[in-house]
Design a protein around this ligand. Structure first.
Ligand code: ZN
Length: 544
């Protein structure tokens, strides 16, 4: 079985710590002289050995033969910590993934009890700055009067976010980012031991892309070796580090915008199969989303002239508010990916979360919408809203007043039945209505109802082609137009290739609808998305 290099080469003794000589020396001396603090705080950039040091320190303190700077590695305590990071008396917690106060309190309370087997009861709290205030208070209480057998090893990439009261009670060790030279030297050593043939130039490239993090450097070497099949050269490394395939990125974005989970994940799979580092994909995707947001906001200066039309069309695949959310979710995912061992998970979660945004919007609309629609003529007057008149909508961004639409040169034929079509569909099935709203144009031509989708929204079109959805569309069309209609789904530009004309064809009702739905996105939706992002998928219920 292939063990990932960062894991395999995790330092296990202080001498193996690369680039942190000062930390290793001070810690070793203190342990050798039996000067043991009740709390340690390890700070510094990611991927430079903080968590490994925390575990080494825990072994040093709790080894059968200890406290010792050379833990035996054989006793039960040593083995448990080596294998899992925690043991009977060493409890490890990642502040980034276990934010809830109950967990922190529970952990801190547990650590106060006498050890069950070993010398000390030790709590390792990684990314400690993520704890809630309440958790910090509980921690502070324990630190103020630490039980004799209790030890805390705290680690964080963001010292400034830790309360000074906590910092002042810890012995602090500052880890530093590694230089390109140091990382390259270590990669060289690892490559040699692992029988990976790699040119010095290639290793320098990888080391420089690692941005100070040895863990990232090892992870890149791992990928390069896998992709290159053992012979890592500069060209191959450049390839791995190079631009993520833009077409696939666009495809992933379109799938997400259309709420198509499986297509989105499939695109992601192809991106990473091609050898791209998930973190790199994430970075590129975040940059891509940002570009869409900028274009949607009207900033097109950075977009090459010839790309403008295509990029503008792409940016419209997501409502503006969702673009805003996407960028912020992507930034959060990027931060998460830097902290966890499995960055691919962070990207997958991001993609699946973004793919929920169109559906979440539907749910919020359902909440916001009054039960008035032609489909339910007998509906009573909408219940009065809790505060004031009109829908109480809390918008993330101030909504611009609707720009005056130029009067449609040729009013779309059958505007009224089309409006009825949207209303009935809305009432019948919001998910389908949302997919229909992604159509570039909807026109009635004779007995055909033609929905044309931009190529970037093929996912929405595909979803509508599914038997149930198409049948529903036909039923709704029949009701709206008062005669049987054939539903025709098309992708691509109009026959004359004039996308500008296609845009003008969009019925005003559709435009108004899209705007209204953008406004209907309430704060709870953002919260839902955030919660979803933190893994509480079960709380989101899909319509129907
Ligand atoms: Zn031991």
């Amino acid at each position: 079985m292939h063990v990932a290099l960062p894991r395999k080469w995790r330092p296990r003794i202080f001498e193996d710590l690369v680039g942190q000589e000062a930390v290793a020396r001070t810690l070793s001396n203190a342990i050798a002289e039996n000067r043991i603090a009740s709390a340690y705080l390890l700070t510094g950039p990611r991927g430079v050995g903080k968590t490994s040091t925390a575990r080494m320190l825990a072994r040093a303190l709790n080894c059968d033969k200890g406290p010792t700077i050379r833990p035996c590695g054989e006793c039960a305590s040593c083995r448990e910590i080596l294998d899992r990071g925690d043991s009977l008396d060493v409890l490890e917690m990642d502040g980034a993934s276990n934010r809830k106060i109950e967990h922190a309190r529970e952990l801190i309370e547990t650590v106060r009890y006498a050890p069950q087997r070993d010398r000390f009861r030790i709590a390792i709290i990684d990314e400690v700055h993520m704890l809630t205030n309440e958790a910090f208070n509980a921690l502070l209480k324990t630190l103020e009067e630490p039980p004799a057998h209790t030890r805390f090893i705290l680690a964080s990439t963001e010292l400034h976010k830790i309360p000074a009261t906590i910092v002042s009670r810890c012995q602090r060790f500052a880890f530093r980012a590694l230089t390109v030279k140091e990382i390259a030297a270590q990669l060289q050593k690892v490559a040699k031991a692992e029988k990976i043939s790699a040119t010095p130039g290639a290793l320098r490239l990888l080391a420089s892309a690692a941005e100070g993090s040895l863990r990232d450097g090892l992870s890149l070497l791992d990928q390069a070796a896998t992709v290159a099949g053992g012979a890592v050269d500069e060209a191959r490394c450049a390839e791995i580090l190079a631009l993520v395939n833009q077409e696939l990125l666009e495809g992933m974005y379109s799938a997400v915008a259309g709420g198509d989970r499986s297509a989105a994940i499939a695109h992601l799979g192809r991106l990473t199969e091609a050898g791209a580092d998930p973190r790199h994909v994430l970075k590129e995707f975040a940059a891509f989303l940002r570009r869409m947001l900028m274009v949607a906001a009207g900033a097109t200066a950075d977009v090459a002239e010839e790309d403008r039309a295509r990029v503008a069309a792409l940016s419209k695949a997501m409502p503006y508010d969702n673009l805003l959310r996407s960028v912020s979710l992507a930034l959060e995912a990027d931060a998460l990916a830097r902290r966890i061992d499995d960055p691919a998970l962070a990207v997958q979660m991001l993609i699946l979360t973004l793919a929920e945004l169109p559906r979440l919007r539907g749910i919020e609309e359902a909440i916001a919408a009054a039960p008035a629609s032609p489909a339910k003529p007998a509906a009573p007057a909408p219940a009065p809203r809790p505060s004031g008149s009109g829908p109480r909508i809390v918008s993330l961004v101030s909504v611009e007043p609707e720009p005056e639409e130029p009067p449609a040169a040729e009013a779309p034929p059958g505007g009224e039945p089309l409006e009825r079509f949207h209303d009935i569909l809305d009432a019948r099935r919001r998910v389908t209505a949302a997919q229909v709203s992604l159509a570039e144009s909807i026109c009635a031509v004779g007995d055909d109802l033609v929905l044309r989708f931009g190529i970037d929204r093929a996912a929405a079109k595909e979803a509508l082609e599914e038997h149930g959805a198409k049948k529903l569309l036909a039923e709704v069309a029949r009701e709206a137009f008062g005669r049987p209609m054939r539903v025709v789904l098309k992708t691509g530009p109009p026959a004359d290739g004039d996308l500008g004309k296609a845009a003008r064809e969009v019925p005003r009702a559709t435009i108004a609808r899209e705007r209204a739905s953008s406004r209907a996105e309430l704060d709870p939706m953002v919260r839902s998305a955030m919660e979803l992002f933190h893994g509480e998928l079960t709380e989101i219920k899909e319509e129907e």
